[in-house]
Structures are given as structure tokens and as C-alpha cells.
Design a protein around this ligand. Structure first.
Ligand code: DGJ
Length: 469
């Protein structure tokens, strides 16, 4: 027994010693690991914060500075084509040159596909290399390597899938002149193209989510008709994605609003029909969904002399009887609406068919008006660019909620000779310039904040635009 005990004791001691020493060394390892992990975490946090501080609007205003730099543009203007007569006194000769499919200047505005933006080529490269540069006017390829077909479009941010969807006219067909070569340039309706993206730069084709009708000539979507400027919004009450669009005949005489719905953002959308809102003509149009989820239809009416604005019904499928006439006599179209700090803004174009013209910005404290026309928002480029909206026409303004005051201005550089080759002109739109103005020198009135669209040959969104909390 004793022996046993004696024998046992040292064993117990050794055991204790072993357990203790193991416990100690394990603790040391754990503490060190925790310390190292902590350091790594702190370093990570520090580096993230440093980069965020550099660009976060609350900490620095420098993130706008680069986008606000005025970038000039010079063109080599070829000798005028004597055979060509100016189409309109209000359009500059350079715009005539732009509209001439035989012009030698054309390649400047419609650079060849070899110059295309191909986001897939940069995937996997270093962030600084690959980080999403927009090149306004260049062919822009989807993830399959095909030019994006989403003209006259809009962007929907889908909260459910945390994904951006780009909808627009799918115009990948031959361009011809309606009415035996006397009418406007057109492409038969193919449908509405839809692309998805997480970064607003790499776009995956989801397909044609509303397709043309091939046989029934009486159908609105018969290929011989016109489907333009589709806009999609989500209705939380009905859980439907609602598409509203300009529906017309080849003469632009039907002047109606078409409606389609889908259970998913990627369709297929079911076409429900068309109508003239409250009996009025409706051509170029847009839809704006306000913060209280009331959606508004805005459309060029009364032979494009007046714009109308009014709320849709709760399900977004119909107009209500409420309607205001705005920009009376101003002949505006291509409306694109956005809101910043409680003020509503709209960018519009004049009415010159596929030819570009001068954009104007309008503002109002209340969505139904009174609307005021502020002026031309285009900055940089050159004079010709500024009077022609950078040779493009407004279609939509994308809010970037993490950077208040910064938006993407989406426009179409139409190619009337080959509409499928129309280009996208996306540029930074910045609202600023009011906060620091004192009332003292303004006789008690404040001016509208400045709305500027800055020309850049190449630009990108500020780092962190979609990751900042
Ligand atoms: C200008 C409009 O903004 C476009 O959507 C299109 O309808 C063309 N006119 C047709 O000429």
C-alpha cells in the first residue's frame, strides 16, 4: 500500500507538473495567437479606416475633387462636306458632321469595337488596374463579350438580391428609314434587354425580358411599332416589378404608355396593354419612385410642347387623375429625374429626333411643382460638347446613396445611321454649392444648388462607393 502510495505520489506530482506545464505553454500559445490576431485585426481596421477616411464624404471632400476637374476636349474638324446642308439652324455644323454617316470625324464619336470596354479582360488583375473605368462613347461589352443593348434605359437597384439591373431598348437589328425611306430612322422592336451587375460596370446579360410580337400586327409590341425608354420599378405592396414604356406606331402617332409586370427582375415581363394617360399624348417618358414609395409618371405631351407629371396608382399599373403641366411651351423630352436633400431635379433634352441638343436642368421643392428651369448642367469638354450634352441625350440618373450628391448621369449617344451601335455616355453628376451660400447677399433668397455633369474621357466611381456603411 505504502509502496503504492509512494509510487503514486510522484506520479501525481509529475502528472500535475505535466498538466500545469502544458496548460502554461498552451496558454502562452493562445495568448500569443490572440495578440497576433488582434494586431492583424487592428492593422486591417486601421488601413480600412485610413482608406475610408480619405474618401468618405463625412471626413473629406477630396473624393469629389477628381470628378470635378474640368477636362477639355479638342477635335480635329475635317473640311465641311459641301453636299450636306445643315438640317436645322439650331444645330451646330459639328453636330451635322456627327449625323453624317460618311463623315471622317465619326470615328472620334463612335470609336471602333477594337477599342471596346471589356470588363472581363480585367477580372483577376490588381484592383487598381481593373477598377471599373467608364469610357463614355466607347463600345461597352457584357460578360459574354457582346455589346450591351440597353438603350434609352434605366437602372433598378433590387434590394432583395442586392443587385443592379439595367433595362433598355434591345436594338440589335438593322436600321432603316420608315415609310419608304422618308420617315425617321428605326429598328424593328426586338424587346427590352436586361443586364445584371454588382458593381455598375460588369454587366451580365439576363436576356430579353419583354419580347416583341412577331405575327399579330394589331399588338402594341408588333415589331413594326415603337418601344422606347423602358423604366422598371419595384412595388413592395404587390411584390411585382413594373415596367412602363413609351409605346408608339412607326409614325409616333399613337403616343401611349405601355405597362408590363413580372415576379422577378429578370422577367419574363407580361405585357398588360397601353393607354394615353388621362387621354393625353405620351411620348418620351420616365418614372420616378419617391421615398414614400409613391411613383410618378413624367412624359412629353401635347405634341411635345408640355411635360406632364402625375402620381401612379398604388399598384403602379395606372395613372391617377392628378396631373400637372410643367415646362409649358419649352418643348422638352428625355426626362431623367432625381432627388437630393429634399429637392427634385430633372434633366431634359430638346426635341431633335436622334440628333443631340442642349440639356437643361430643372428643379423644384415639390415633385408636382412649381418647377424652375436652371440651365445647362454640362461642364468641360468644349462648347460644342456642352451644347449637345456631349453628343448624347439624357435617359436616367442613378443615385449613389453612399456618396450623397454624387450621381451617374446616363445618356445615349444615338447613331442614327446604325442605331444598334448607339453608345452610352455615363458621366458623374454632382449637386453642390448651396450649403455654403449665405442669405445675406441673396436678399433673403437661396439659389438652387448647382447641378453639374462633368465631361471625362475616362473616369471611375470613388473607391468604396458600394461598400461604405
Ligand atoms: C428622341 C427621343 O428622345 C428618342 O427616344 C426617340 O424617340 C427619338 N427622338 C426618335 O427620333
Amino acid at each position: 500500500m505504502r509502496m503504492k502510495n509512494l509510487y503514486k505520489k510522484p506520479i501525481t506530482t509529475t502528472l500535475h507538473y505535466n498538466i500545469w506545464s502544458r496548460y502554461c505553454s498552451m496558454s502562452v500559445v493562445i495568448i500569443w495567437s490572440l495578440l497576433i490576431l488582434g494586431c492583424i485585426f487592428l492593422l486591417h481596421l486601421y488601413s480600412n479606416n485610413t482608406s475610408l477616411n480619405m474618401i468618405h464624404p463625412l471626413h473629406s471632400s477630396s473624393y469629389f475633387n477628381q470628378l470635378q476637374q474640368v477636362e477639355n476636349e479638342k477635335f480635329q474638324i475635317p473640311p465641311p462636306n459641301k453636299k450636306r446642308l445643315p438640317q436645322s439652324k439650331s444645330i451646330t455644323p459639328l453636330v451635322d458632321e456627327f449625323l453624317d454617316k460618311d463623315s471622317t470625324l465619326r470615328h472620334v464619336f463612335f470609336p471602333h469595337k477594337t477599342n471596346a470596354i471589356d470588363p472581363m479582360k480585367t477580372i483577376g488583375k490588381e484592383i487598381n488596374d481593373s477598377y471599373s473605368y467608364y469610357y463614355p462613347g466607347r463600345v461597352w461589352l457584357d460578360t459574354d463579350g457582346n455589346p450591351i443593348q440597353a438603350h434609352g434605359g434605366c437602372i433598378l437597384y433590387d434590394e432583395i438580391s442586392s443587385t443592379y439591373y439595367w433595362y433598355g431598348e434591345y436594338k440589335d437589328g438593322p436600321t432603316y428609314l420608315a415609310h419608304g425611306n422618308k420617315g425617321p430612322a428605326r429598328v424593328d422592336i426586338i424587346g427590352v434587354g436586361c443586364y445584371s451587375s454588382k458593381d455598375l460596370w460588369t454587366w451580365k446579360k439576363e436576356g430579353i425580358v419583354l419580347t416583341a410580337e412577331k405575327t399579330n400586327k394589331a399588338h402594341d409590341l408588333h415589331k413594326s411599332n415603337v418601344l422606347e425608354r423602358p423604366k422598371v420599378i419595384y412595388n413592395e405592396k404587390t411584390r411585382k416589378y413594373v415596367m412602363l414604356m413609351h409605346i408608339d406606331d412607326a409614325n409616333y402617332a399613337k403616343a401611349s404608355i405601355g405597362v408590363a409586370v413580372s415576379d422577378t427582375p429578370i422577367g419574363p415581363f407580361k405585357y398588360l396593354g397601353s393607354q394615353r394617360p388621362n387621354g393625353y399624348q405620351s411620348r418620351d417618358m420616365t418614372v420616378y419612385k419617391d421615398e414614400d414609395s409613391v411613383a410618378y409618371l413624367i412624359y412629353s405631351s401635347e405634341e411635345n410642347n408640355v411635360m406632364h407629371i402625375g402620381p401612379l396608382t398604388d399598384d403602379y399599373l395606372n395613372v391617377t387623375s392628378v396631373m400637372r403641366r410643367i415646362f409649358v411651351g419649352q418643348r422638352r423630352e428625355a426626362p431623367a429625374m432625381f432627388k437630393h436633400k429634399g429637392i427634385y431635379y430633372m434633366i431634359t433634352s430638346g426635341c431633335t429626333g436622334w440628333a443631340p441638343n442642349e440639356a437643361l436642368v430643372h428643379a423644384s421643392d415639390s415633385i408636382l411643382g412649381t418647377w424652375e428651369t436652371i440651365g445647362n448642367p454640362c461642364v468641360g469638354g468644349n462648347k460644342m460638347f456642352r451644347v449637345s450634352t456631349f453628343l448624347a441625350q439624357s435617359t436616367f440618373v442613378v443615385p449613389l446613396n453612399k456618396f450623397p450628391g454624387l450621381f451617374i448621369f446616363m445618356a445615349d449617344r444615338w447613331n442614327p445611321g446604325e442605331l444598334r451601335d448607339s453608345r452610352y455616355v455615363w458621366l458623374p453628376l454632382i449637386v453642390d454649392g448651396n450649403d455654403d451660400q449665405t442669405l445675406e447677399y441673396g436678399f433673403g433668397y437661396t439659389l438652387w444648388p448647382r447641378v453639374s455633369i462633368y465631361w471625362h474621357r475616362k473616369w471611375k466611381l470613388p473607391l468604396g462607393w458600394n461598400t461604405l456603411k
